[in-house]
Ligand binder design. Structure first.
Ligand SMILES: Cc1cc2nc3c(=O)[nH]c(=O)nc-3n(C[C@H](O)[C@H](O)[C@H](O)COP(=O)(O)O)c2cc1C
Length: 453
């Protein structure tokens, strides 16, 4: 029997999708109650995790944020998800919580400490989405540094993850935390190790001061489907987010699994989750009408600002009747959304803008009544060899229609198996243990460094 699908829900601390519709509540993103309600709803409906996208970027055109982005709320505004996560952990018991930290912006000991603390605060339900960072042109400008070249960002990411893994896996042996009040011993110096790292981009010597939580290493997610992005996923990720049309998804998933095997990992141990927009209503006609209302909230100028955010390219300056120039593929900002529009049968610039107006980066939505969208989703899972979905918010800005209509249907068809017991996120995603698999590169760092005495 095929494994049950894994279901995550996509959010960010900001506006998403159709915020201009009157029934949409995304503008409440700075109200903690908005998130507490959403987390409780997700847990009750049995989804596996709530995911927060994040980056420091925003669209930049002519060396400034365009007025369109400010007016239209295009990849702007954005708040910090790590400030919200512990509150969500407090009102849930089973829901996984996944957040994004950029390896370009955050230093490894900062990521390691933050994630190790969150592993405790969530009782082993935390995941890290490893990204080199969307909107890099804006982010570099904001931090006052030159933009690091695209492929170099991925080399930095690999070194970053390597060091973070040493900190999580290598510093504390099992039994290192003693907490014996009578003997006055907090930690056993023979079981605490100082790691040393001399990589191409990071040097470090020392200990992670947070004792290991239930998972030790957060569940490692990755997003960014350029070739170096896929390689990073194949080396380290336990789950990957992908968004594209079906043929491209199929290729990307096969490529990630191939690369994982080449890195000595079980290709099936990587959960490939595809972005899914479900526009679902009681009838097909109502769903189509809803879809039309959603699309009508976005202009072609919004689409151009959104494209500029992901790629650093301004489509509004290009000939609308020609495809992208192949040199666009050399952009130093993000490449996933350039590469998907190059090659044979490449669309024109106008068609790319129209695609972004309709679907942004997320690929064709599933629109219709519940039976239809679940049939379609099942077809896509079978065709792409994916393991589940990262579901986009609906017209309400939350997930009401997915939770009320689609989840019960997935349960009824046996396509998902909601868990009723608390467990770590790693186990919830199907791993046999709360810890990294023995063949994961991080496992090699266990007990490998010098103990302090
Ligand atoms: C579902 C999904 C979620 C993503 N979440 C983030 C995110 O939170 N932050 C981010 O910087 N990039 C995120 N990305 C990746 C970016 O879209 C972008 O591709 C990447 O950061 C640049 O890498 P690339 O050159 O490999 O495309 C996500 C991608 C997908 C498909």
């Amino acid at each position: 029997m095929a494994s049950p699908w894994k279901i995550g829900l996509f959010q960010c601390i900001g506006l998403m999708g159709s915020w201009k519709l009157p029934e949409n509540t995304a503008t409440d993103f700075l109200d903690l109650d908005h998130w507490l309600t959403m987390a409780r709803r997700c847990e009750e409906a049995g989804v596996d995790f709530l995911f927060f996208a994040d980056d420091y970027g925003y669209p930049v055109v002519d060396d400034a944020i365009p007025a369109t982005a400010l007016r239209g709320g295009i990849q702007f505004p954005k708040g910090d998800p790590t400030a919200v996560l512990p509150a969500l952990a407090a009102v849930t018991e089973r829901l996984g919580l996944v957040t994004t930290l950029s390896t370009t912006v955050e230093k490894p000991p900062m990521v390691a400490r933050k994630m190790a603390t969150l592993d405790h605060m969530t009782k082993g339900r935390i995941g890290w989405n490893i990204v080199t960072g969307a909107g890099q042109n804006a982010s570099a400008r904001l931090f006052g540094v030159p933009m690091t070249e695209h492929d170099k960002r991925y080399e930095i990411a690999a070194d970053h993850v390597d060091l973070s893994l040493k900190l999580w896996e290598g510093c504390w042996d099992e039994g290192g935390l003693v907490q014996d009040r009578e003997a006055g011993v907090y930690a056993d110096p023979a079981k605490v190790r100082e790691i040393e790292h001399h990589g191409p981009h990071f040097d470090a010597k020392g200990v992670l001061t947070v004792p290991p939580g239930p998972q030790r290493t957060p569940v490692l997610f990755q997003a960014g489907a350029s070739a170096p992005g896929r390689d990073l996923a194949a080396r380290y990720a336990e789950a990957v987010f992908l968004a594209a049309e079906v043929p491209a998804l199929k290729e990307q998933i096969a490529d990630i699994r191939r690369r994982a095997a080449a890195h000595g990992r079980d290709p099936r141990s990587i959960r490939c989750l595809i972005a899914g927009t479900f526009v679902v209503a009681e009838t097909d006609a109502a769903a189509q009408e809803l879809r039309a209302r959603q699309v009508a909230t976005k202009t072609l100028d919004d689409a151009a600002a959104s494209y500029a955010f992901f790629t650093g390219l301004d489509l509004s300056r290009m000939d609308p009747d020609k495809p992208l120039d192949p040199s666009a593929g050399l952009t130093q900002t993000g490449r996933t959304n350039v590469e998907r529009f190059l090659g044979p049968n490449a669309p024109t610039v106008r068609e790319i803008l129209e695609e972004f107006q309709r679907n942004s980066v997320m690929g064709t939505p599933y629109v219709g009544d519940v039976a239809h969208v679940v049939d379609e989703a099942a077809r896509v899972i079978a065709e792409t060899d994916a393991d589940g979905f990262l579901v986009q918010p609906d017209h309400t800005g939350t997930f009401d229609s997915f939770l009320d209509l689609v989840m019960p249907e997935l349960v009824a068809r046996g396509l998902v198996s909601p868990q009723s017991e608390p467990m770590t996120l790693r186990e919830r995603l199907g791993a046999p243990s709360p810890h990294l698999a023995p063949e994961h590169p991080g496992a090699a760092y266990r007990s490998a460094a010098t103990a302090l005495v």
